[in-house]
Write a protein that binds this ligand. Structure first.
Ligand code: PEP
Length: 246
């Protein structure tokens, strides 16, 4: 099981230190933890997480390796700051920055060549789900966003229904099961059957057990609840409980 914390553009640096110290103070057998902090925090988080086993990643990178790109961050810079992976194609970037599948694939290829692995996010809007298009939208995002040449160990996927992110709404377990099965089938067709598929969208301590019990759910990408040490730890504990039953 893999539990990833997406801090987005939070919290203030002083709180980040306390939060990450709490992360590092606990461990959960069979659970891999990943932290995606804001890029300016990476070096400090890397120092604080040293020896904790918690992986670090960037929340985005540019598709170019270097150059005149004011305000952007290169994959190699993330790696130099202690990251071993990067989150790409989060719906907040697809929506607020107009990122297309093709751009996400380009960024992924650059990240891989810079020595990072990638976690690529996909997910449908409420409109698309209500129109019955959720699965075709997600499969099209996978077709367009995942580079052809990627190897299994370089990739994780996060299925995040856009309407469930930060809203407190969670997809029903049957819908999660159906989408994760479709994603697994897509992965198998690409020779990537073992790639972890995380669920994301308002995962909290009180719904984590039910979500983790769904077939083909290999963990969670957690936004809001990752900013509360106790909640994040409780979600990791739920993942650990599931691992213990296997
Ligand atoms: C996310 O940012 O990827 C996310 C799932 O956020 P939240 O858990 O707050 O819905």
């Amino acid at each position: 099981m893999i539990i990833a914390a997406n801090w987005k553009m939070n919290p203030p640096l002083a709180e980040a230190g306390t939060l990450v110290a709490a992360y590092a103070a606990s461990s959960h057998d069979g659970v891999t933890r990943i932290l995606f902090p804001p890029a300016p925090y990476l070096v400090q988080m890397a120092m604080r997480l040293d020896g904790s086993g918690i992986h670090l990643g960037g929340q985005d990178c540019h598709q170019a390796t270097a150059g005149a790109h004011t305000g952007d961050v290169a994959a190699s810079m993330l790696a130099a700051c202690g990251a071993d992976r990067v989150l790409l194609g989060h719906s907040e970037r697809r929506q607020a920055h107009g990122e297309s599948d093709a751009l996400v694939a380009e960024k992924a290829a650059t990240a891989l060549s810079g020595g990072l692995s990638v976690m690529i996010c996909v997910g449908e809007t409420l409109e698309q789900r209500e129109a019955g298009d959720a699965e075709s939208v997600v499969i099209a995002q996978l077709d367009g966003s995942v580079p052809d040449s990627i190897r299994g160990e370089q990739l994780m996927l996060a299925y995040e229904p856009v309407w469930a992110i930060g809203t407190g709404k969670v997809a029903g377990v049957e819908d999660i099961a159906a989408m994760h099965a479709a994603i697994r089938s897509w992965l198998s067709g690409r020779g990537l059957a073992d790639v972890p598929v995380l669920y994301g969208g308002s995962v909290k301590p009180d719904n984590a057990d039910a979500i983790f019990a769904v077939e083909n759910v290999d963990g969670a990408l957690v936004g809001g609840a990752s900013l509360k040490a106790e909640d994040f730890d409780a979600i990791c504990a739920a993942a650990g409980r599931l691992v213990a039953t296997r």
